[in-house]
Design a protein around this ligand. Sequence first.
Ligand code: C5P
Length: 230
Amino acid sequence: MCSDTISYKVPVVTVDGPSGSGKGTVSQRLAAELGWHFLDSGALYRLLACAARRDGIALDDEPALVALADRINAEFGFSENGDERVLLDGVDVTRTLRSEETGNAASQVAALPAVRTALLAWQRRYRRPPGLIADGRDMGTVVFPDAAVKIFLEARPEERALRRYNQLKDNGIDASLEEVIEEVRARDERDRTRTAAPLVAAEDACIVDSSDLDVAATVAIILGQIRAKI
Ligand code: C5P
């Protein structure tokens, strides 16, 4: 009989960084390439912000938001033409979810410590074999501190605002470039300076600047890091 304890932890690769750094696109490609699961943790904060607006809950009402986090039901999937489709309690909220306004509201609820704690278990449930790519702000520092590979994706602020603007346009969402620059700046400032899980690179993270890289080149660099370690 084998007396050794064999412990297996599902590998996690964390991809953290500010808005517009390309985390979402890069993380989805990595997950597809490796055949791993994908966690878009920002979507969970966005969903909570949408549900709060729906139920008339103030974005700083911590106890009510915590209770709300416990009862919302989210489904992530794809429509017939392959576009992302997100249901909140059975209602399609995909468009609202991706607006800058919701991003801003998400960043307000995300600054509340008890809300962050309430979303921890939900995020950790995404850790399933054969592996997980986790995209967010605190994936490597708080949610998966034991991740096998931690990436912190950066890009120059003007480049990030432009990417965000193009992404909104692609999704058919109206916005002016000036507004997006200001919203990205305000959101980053809040995310970096909050006391609960601020946006910061984990000590053991590898920092990748994607300002002058396209998606394929960024994915190739990160895949190199993953294959060297896992
Ligand atoms: O990544 P995304 O833009 O969808 O995130 C929306 C907001 O949710 C961020 O600006 C941030 O305040 C918050 N967030 C967070 N921690 C995460 C993911 C997102 O605080 N892990």
